[in-house]
Write a protein that binds this ligand. Structure first.
Ligand code: NG1
Ligand code: ZN
Length: 549
């Protein structure tokens, strides 16, 4: 039932990159943009098949390489509910891409495709729906054409092209499109505009509920958008007539998304977190100002400020988690729901040890540790908590609220039972969060709201706990695949004996913690170390690195 000739023609026109091995990792496919035509072609087909498998629901596809340099690009598939592609389908993404890459004839590729369709028992007569979006990269329009070439012409898909959007906007619109389709009535597809309206309303409602003025608790917020897609999108939100915060309270810098080479260059969340310094384009202004940086596709955010002694203070993903945990625990307590709804924080091994101690000992909140990669954190948060707060230290994360949370709050509110202010605050806060995926814009609004409600300055936020001195380094090794881990990546199983050596180094440093794991996104091994004495940190980390090399 596939138009063989049409597919063959498009395959031969599109799939120019050959004999490259592709792998679908935590961030989808990601490599140099010039090597991605073939991958885009097969990923477009896979997205259509995924939609067909799910009764034609909208499946999302995002073209982005996040914080990577401008020469790179990538692609990932999003499930109808806005979550990442089902893990069981990741191997299919690789099989199709590598089949096209290594096939010597079209028929070899075609045979793989048919095998997959039969294996998954996909009904090609149904009508697939796909939502596509891209970040601001120069290579994206071409790659989008490779991606979508077969969707309508071979598979009769309805394709909704959102144009340039942030990654979380694509996730949000995919989820909303399916909700609308399910609810029938308005057959309209969701749009980027729905995103702005929804989050502005949530922000305004939270402030109204808490009866505070729609002013920020900081005199000014500077937003570094990494010269990526976050800049234009945030501007659209702030320009909306319903956005009530005075316009001079938020200033956007590094907003040249139309200059390709500037993307993520000496700016953005990754740069700031790695270098622990201000990005290009920002200089310390008034001491009370708060700063934040998005990454290139605006799914991560970190905050920071500069004290009167010109010292830089990072407020990273751990600090965002702890701020939300503090606020939401308080509200749960006020609403008298601590026994009924379970709140918890999910971290990875990269979370600073002080943050974990603070959450457990000061906030009395449970903490889970998972492997690196938001899909692991998301899963843990969804399965263990009614309010699951998860952030990677690098600023990627969100909060998810269970069905039970919504039912409990709604039921109490409808009966006017209990502390209505706290119940309403919880309800409004949940709306302000993009629960499908980490979202720099939504997380930024939620942080601003929380600081305003708690009347906290950046210094108050920072003072809740002090990070242990820490260091993260990259080690280039001949074969990173031999570094196999256990215990949520905190211990090495292989190479044999290496963990024992690492343990004996750790034992020499008070409050020392260190672990070694292979990166999932770069050809390198990462070494993390933290200890009490800042003057010993370099030595500590170097000793571990010497054992790894
Ligand atoms: P790898 O390269 O596997 O360490 C990095 C980040 C993750 C995550 C992914 C992107 C660190 C130490 N690692 O993973 O947190 O953001 O990229 O999916 O920041
Ligand atoms: Zn990103």
């Amino acid at each position: 039932k596939i138009d063989y000739d049409q597919l063959r023609k498009l395959y031969e026109e599109t799939c120019c990159s050959k004999n490259l091995q592709y792998s679908y990792g935590t961030a989808g496919f990601r490599t140099l943009a010039k090597d991605l035509d073939t991958v885009m072609f097969t990923t477009g087909i896979l997205a259509v098949l995924r939609s067909l498998k799910l009764e034609g629901q909208y499946v999302g596809v995002m073209i982005t390489a996040s914080h990577n340099p401008y020469q790179d690009n990538g692609v990932k598939i999003v499930e109808p509910d806005g979550s990442m592609l089902l893990a069981a389908w990741e191997p299919y993404a690789m099989q199709l891409a590598n089949a096209a890459s290594f096939a010597t004839t079209f028929d070899e590729f075609y045979a793989e495709l048919v095998k997959l369709i039969e294996h998954e028992k996909i009904d090609l007569d149904a009508a697939p729906h796909v939502v596509v979006g891209r970040d601001s990269r120069e290579s994206s329009p071409f790659l989008l054409r490779c991606l979508t070439s077969t969707m309508a012409s071979v598979f009769h898909a309805q394709v909704v092209d959102l144009g340039c959007v942030t990654t979380p906007q694509l996730h949000y619109v995919t989820n909303l499109s399916n909700r609308r389709q399910r609810e029938g009535g308005s057959a309209q597809v969701a749009t980027e505009q729905d995103y702005y309206s929804f989050f502005i309303d949530a922000f305004n409602e939270l402030f109204t509920t808490c009866q505070i003025e729609k002013r920020l608790s900081v005199p000014k917020l500077f937003v570094d958008t990494a010269n990526g897609i976050g800049g234009p999108q945030l501007k659209k939100l702030l320009a909306s007539k319903d956005w009530a915060v005075p316009s001079d309270e938020i200033e956007i810098v590094n907003d040249k998304s139309d200059v390709p080479k500037l993307l993520n260059f000496e700016c953005g969340a990754d740069y700031v977190k790695t270098n622990q310094s201000l990005p290009k384009g920002l200089s310390p202004s008034s001491p009370d100002s708060l700063y934040c940086s998005f990454d290139g596709d605006a799914d991560r955010v970190v905050f920071y400020y500069v004290d009167p002694e010109s010292k830089f203070h990072l407020l990273d993903g751990d600090k965002i988690s702890t701020l939300f945990a503090k606020f939401l625990s308080q509200q749960l307590q006020l609403a008298n729901l601590t026994g009924c709804l379970k709140i918890g924080v999910v971290q990875t091994a990269y979370a600073n040890g002080s943050s974990t101690t603070y959450i457990e000992d000061t906030l009395h909140c449970p903490v889970s540790c998972t492997k690196t990669g938001v899909k692991h954190l998301h899963h843990e948060a969804a399965t263990h908590y009614d309010i699951g707060i998860y952030f990677e230290a690098n600023g990627h994360g969100t909060v998810i609220f269970s069905e039970k949370f919504h039912e409990t709050i709604e039921s109490k509110l409808s009966k006017s039972q209990g502390n209505l202010l706290a119940l309403n605050t919880l309800r409004c806060f949940a709306n302000l969060i993009n629960q499908t995926v980490g979202d720099a814009i939504s997380d930024m609004l939620a942080v601003l709201a929380t600081l305003s409600i708690l009347q906290m300055a950046p210094t108050d936020w920072d003072r809740e706990y002090t990070d242990l001195p820490n260091k993260l380094v990259k080690c280039i090794v001949p074969d990173r695949s031999i570094f196999q881990t256990t215990d949520q990546e905190r211990k090495l199983q292989n190479p044999a004996g290496l963990q024992t050596k690492i343990d004996s180094v750790i034992a020499k440093y008070p409050m020392g913690r260190s672990f070694v794991r292979a990166s999932g996104t770069e050809d390198a091994v990462r070494v993390y170390a933290e200890c009490q004495d800042p003057t010993k940190l370099d030595q500590f980390c170097n000793e571990i690195v010497e054992h790894v090399k």
